[in-house]
Design a protein around this ligand. Sequence first.
Ligand SMILES: [Zn+2]
Length: 44
Amino acid sequence: MFINYYECPCGTAWEDRHSSTVDDDCPSCGTSCSPDESDDADPE
Ligand SMILES: [Zn+2]
């Protein structure tokens, strides 16, 4: 599991948990963004 950090060109930043470093849609404008950073969110 990864925590992916996104920052859209529109200025919106958000984070989301995924099983891989996938693109996500901006919650503000809907643009598909690649993660700026990813942290390994392994619970162990
Ligand atoms: Zn946006």
